[in-house]
Each structure stands twice: as C-alpha cells, then as structure tokens.
Design a binder for this molecule. Structure first.
Ligand code: PEP
Ligand code: MG
Length: 588
C-alpha cells in the first residue's frame, strides 16, 4: 500500500508564527538560489516525486507469491489509482478535469488489466506485467492514430501510477493536496506544468534549472513566486513550512514573525499595484508598446484582459505539446484563430514551431540527439521534416484570413541570412505579408543587417541568446550566474542587433520577447538600447509599465550605457537597480 504522506500543513498555520515577537526571524536552515519570479510567501512544502523507475526486464514473481495473489495486488492497485484520480477530477476544473477523468478510466481499463494478468500468469512480477501490458496498449493506440494516439500518453501515465502504488511510493507527476502548498522539485518539464493548479501551488522552488528555464517562464506566467537553482532544497520533507522570497532568491525553513510580516506586506502591495492602462510609455511620452507572450487562446484572452497591446510571441509548440503526430491544418487553424480573436485590430506575432531541446515534439524532434540545444530544433526541423513548416504557414494564413488581427509570423532559431531569406519566401508563398525572425543565436545578432534585407522585423529571444552567447545550458542550475541576460556580452549582442536594424537604410523594428523583457529594470535598459517593443507574460505588464513610466528616454539610454560597460552581470544589475528607486517602492 502507498505510504501516507506527511500531513500537509495549511497556510493558516502561519498564524502561530505571527504570535512571535515582531521582527523575530525564523531560526531554520536557509537556501540561496536565483530568484526568477517575485513574491514573498509562506507555506508547506510538497515534493515532486521522482520519476518511476522501470522494473527490471524479465522481473519475475517474488518467491512464495502465487500468481493469484499477484493478480489480486495488481487489481487492487489499479482500482486505488482509479479511485484517487476520480476523486481528484471531482475537485478540478476545465482541461485539468478532462485529463484526470480520461486517465481515471484508463487506470482500470479491462484490456490493460487483463493483459497484465496474463503476463503474471506466465510468471512476470505485477510491476513488470503492467509495464509491458501498458506498452502494448500504448503502441496499439498509437498505431490507430488521431484521437486514439493521444490516449497513449494516458496509458503510460497510468502505468507509472500503478507501479508506484504497488511499490508503496508516491505517484509520479505534480503532487496533489486539498490545501495550498509550495512545490519543490529538481526541475519541471513543460508537460508537468500543464496540470499545475495555481490555486493550489502557491510558489515554485527547484534545486536545478536556470533563470531562463521553462520552470522560470511558467512561474512568471502564473504569477507564482519562484526560486531556481537552490541547491539542496529537494532534501526538505513534505509539510515543512518555508518562506520563499522570489525576488531575493532565498528560502528559509520555519519562518518567524519577520517573514510573516514580509509575506503579508507583499500581499498588500500586490493588491495595491496599479493595473496596466493598455499603453506602454516612458515618462516623456515615448511609446513602448507592451505585448504579451502566449501559449494559446486561453492565455491570449487573459493577456487582452490585462491590457496587452497585442501578442509579441505565440509559442505555437505549446498548443501541441505531448502530440506525437503532426496536428492537422484544421486543428492548427482553430488553435491560432482562438488567439487572433482575442486581439481584433492588434498585432499578433505567431512563431512557427520551436520544437526541440527542452520542448520536444515527438513528431518533429529526435530524442536521441546527443546535444539537443545545438541540434535540429526550431526552424532547423525544416531540414529533416520538410513540409511541416509549409503546412503550418498555410494554417496560419487560413486562420488570419477573415480574422481582424494584424498577423505577423516569425521563425525561431535562425542562424543565417540565407535561412531568413528562405523563410521569407515560404511566408510569401503562403500569402503571409509580414515575415520576421527571432534573433536568439549570436550569429543572427552579428548579421542582423543582412537578415533584415529579407524580413520585416526581428524579435530578440534573450533566453536562448544568453545560453548560446555564454555557452551555458539554460536548464542548468550551477550555470545560472552565467545564464542571465544582464551579462554585458548579451547586452552587446542586443546593441549590435539594434545597430544592424538601422544599417543600410533599414528602419525595421527590433522587439524583445525573451524573459529579459519581463524584468522591469532590464526593460528600461532594453529601451535605452533602442528596442522598440517588449513582449512578456501578461502578469508582468503592470510592473514593467510602472517602471518604464518612471524614466525618460535619455535616462533609459544612460542606464543602458551603464549596464553595457559594467564589469559583470551582477554589477550591471546592481548599478541599474540603484538608479531606479521605484523598484524598491513597488517591492520588485
Ligand atoms: C527565447 O529564447 O528568448 C524565447 C523567447 O524562446 P523560448 O523561450 O520559447 O525558447
Ligand atoms: Mg528560444
């Protein structure tokens, strides 16, 4: 049977701490990581369980266990998983509920259970039997294609849960609790975060992952305080109360009254921060359109409600994560149209599929590549899977037709002017009038002027630009000090891109859609470097708008100079922040 979890303490426990004398700080251990999403909060830890280990190939029934006993244990485990998932679906909503309901049904699927029992009767251990039976069912579903192929993932998810139940270890995936908790993990994959319920998960802390990792991006999108690269934090146990400061990057175990006061002050200041009025501008009236990064129609609706002036990055791969077959043109048109409809009369920049590295799409990328970040990813998948890009462009053009959005389109991971030229020719063949490319590979920054001979705009992807400029994997915690867009070398590449956009008589816009745009202090530097538009998670709009409105263009240019000539990333950040007192006033 499953070991019961340590009982999760609820946030209301913080009331006990508040009885401590004012100013008294917690006496527990502390951890320091990299703060990636601001916010101060106290809550109990729930650890992300480690992935379920595959049972040994050929693992046999334990000595003294009959096949009847093993089959009964398997049926009990399958039933327990089904009951657990059904109970969870009852308290979930929307897509989360649908996913849980479908998975619950699969857990006790007769074909799956009978297949496993047959293998047990041939001498396999129940763990190995369910493992292999699920693999056969998943393969069969996969071969059926379409909707059935999608269900293959559910079978594999259920398999892990049944094996965990048989072993008496926590189920894989985001843990579940009735009350709010702080999720502590080694790192999170984009697929993990799809089922993350922001009403329950109140902060994210990881021992690995860098500031540009997808954990960080998701945390900012959900507005959750988050710290990454906090070495050792995953040794905490479930239920331990911690204080997380997502700006400072600190975690304190057993917080005291001082931390309770800080958490309360954060709650009050967040509620008081002015909402974005829908026009990004500096103090002197210089306009800086503030757009939003979205992963689909739901995000787009939220972004429009938050005042975004358009979409600066639609991550189309997020519409199809977990898909192992190429989405049909009809499915794609529907997904893109949902985003366009949220922004009538406004700009929507659609990025073609950026599959690969930390965002694999099984129908496009090769999971066995030795070095995926430097592999066939983004635009490069057109080399190995010709036709997918053309079909996507055709779907974007069809979705744009009859929509009121002003649709622009851009390719990720462009390295040369020739690639930009080829992409522009595909866009023109599809009837898409405004092609652009991302500048996220240093070679593209260095050749921006040549690239802009072929396309109408560029958008700086500072997350990848940083990892490639610094040769530091954006997912690795130990490299997080290198992996920050405050690095003067990265700022130089941004400056070169802007310079290139003015060369040879071009006057084409340079935007930023990497996470740098969501850092209010760095946003000022980017504008000072000549960036025209900034695109970020909708949650960051009000903070970025407030800080931009506190400086003139001349001041932003001075701050950009200060950062560019700083000796280190730390100095650049410190020097700029010192000149922006509004950051402290707003708790940013
Ligand atoms: C980037 O690299 O900055 C970017 C916006 O793309 P992604 O984070 O999706 O790789
Ligand atoms: Mg990128």
């Amino acid at each position: 049977m499953k070991k019961s979890r340590t009982i999760v303490q609820t946030l209301s426990n913080s009331a006990d701490a508040s009885r401590a004398p004012a100013g008294e700080t917690g006496s527990g251990r502390s951890f320091v990581g990299v703060g990636v999403s601001p916010g101060r909060i106290i809550g109990p830890v729930l650890l992300m369980p480690t992935a379920v280990r595959e049972p040994a190939v050929g693992e046999q029934l334990a000595e003294g266990t009959s096949s009847e006993e093993a089959s009964a244990a398997l049926r009990t485990a399958a039933k327990a998983v089904q009951t657990d998932l059904t109970a969870r679906s009852a308290s979930a909503s929307g897509t989360g509920r649908e996913v849980l309901e479908a998975t619950a049904l699969m857990a006790n699927d007769p074909m799956l259970v009978k297949g496993a029992v047959k293998l047990i009767n041939n001498g396999a251990s129940p763990e190995r039997a369910i493992w292999d039976a699920a693999a056969s069912v998943a393969e069969m579903l996969h071969n059926l294609g379409g909707y059935m192929a999608e269900r293959a993932t559910d079978v594999l998810d259920v398999r892990g849960r049944i094996v965990a139940e048989l072993r008496g270890v926590p189920a894989p995936g985001i843990p579940y609790s009735d009350s709010p908790f702080i999720l502590v993990a080694e790192d999170l994959a984009p697929a993990d975060t799809a089922t993350l319920d922001p009403a329950k998960v109140i902060a994210l802390v990881t021992s690995s992952g860098g500031p540009q990792s997808h954990t960080a991006i998701i945390a900012r999108a959900l507005g959750l305080p988050a710290v990454v690269a906090a070495v050792g934090v995953d040794a905490l146990t479930d239920g331990t109360r911690i204080f997380v400061d997502g700006a400072a990057g600190t975690i304190l175990v057993n917080p005291g009254a001082a931390e309770v006061a800080l958490a309360k002050a954060w709650e009050t200041s967040t509620a008081a921060r002015a909402v974005f009025d829908g026009t990004g501008r500096l103090q002197d009236g210089h306009l800086v359109p503030l757009l939003s990064n979205v992963g689909g129609a739901k995000d787009a609706v939220k972004a429009a409600a938050a005042g975004a002036e358009g979409v600066g990055l639609l991550r189309t791969e997020f519409c199809f994560l977990e898909r192992d077959t190429e989405p049909s043109i009809t499915e794609q048109v529907e997904a893109y149209r949902g985003v366009f409809d949220a922004f009538p009369g406004k700009k929507v920049v659609v990025r073609t599929l950026d599959a690969g590295a930390d965002k694999p799409l099984p129908f496009l990328t090769d999971a066995s590549e030795p070095n995926p970040a430097l592999g066939v990813r983004g635009y490069r998948t057109d080399f190995t899977s010709p036709g997918v890009l053309e079909r996507q462009l055709s779907a974007i053009a069809q979705a744009a037709e009859g929509s009121e959005a002003n649709v622009w389109v851009m390719a990720p991971m462009i390295s040369t002017a020739e690639e930009a030229e080829h992409f522009a020719s595909l866009c023109s063949a599809a009837g898409l009038a405004t092609p652009g490319v991302m500048v996220e590979v240093p070679s593209a920054a260095l050749t921006a002027a040549s690239i802009l001979e072929h396309v109408d705009f560029v958008s700086l992807g500072t997350n990848d630009l940083t990892q490639y400029a610094m040769a530091a994997d954006r997912q690795l915690g130990p490299l997080s000090a290198l992996n920050t867009p405050w690095q003067p070398a990265v700022l130089q590449l941004i400056r070169l891109t802007v310079n290139g956009s003015h060369d040879e008589g071009h006057n084409k816009p340079v935007g930023v859609c990497g996470e740098a745009a969501a850092d209010p202090a760095l946003a000022v530097v980017l504008v000072g470097l000549g960036v025209a538009t900034l695109s970020m998670t909708a949650r960051a709009l009000s903070a970025v708008a407030a800080v931009l409105a506190s400086v003139t263009l001349a001041e932003a240019q001075q701050l950009a100079k200060l950062a560019l000539t700083a000796h280190s990333a730390t100095d650049a950040r410190r020097l700029v922040r010192e000149k922006l007192p509004i950051l402290d006033a707003l708790g940013l």
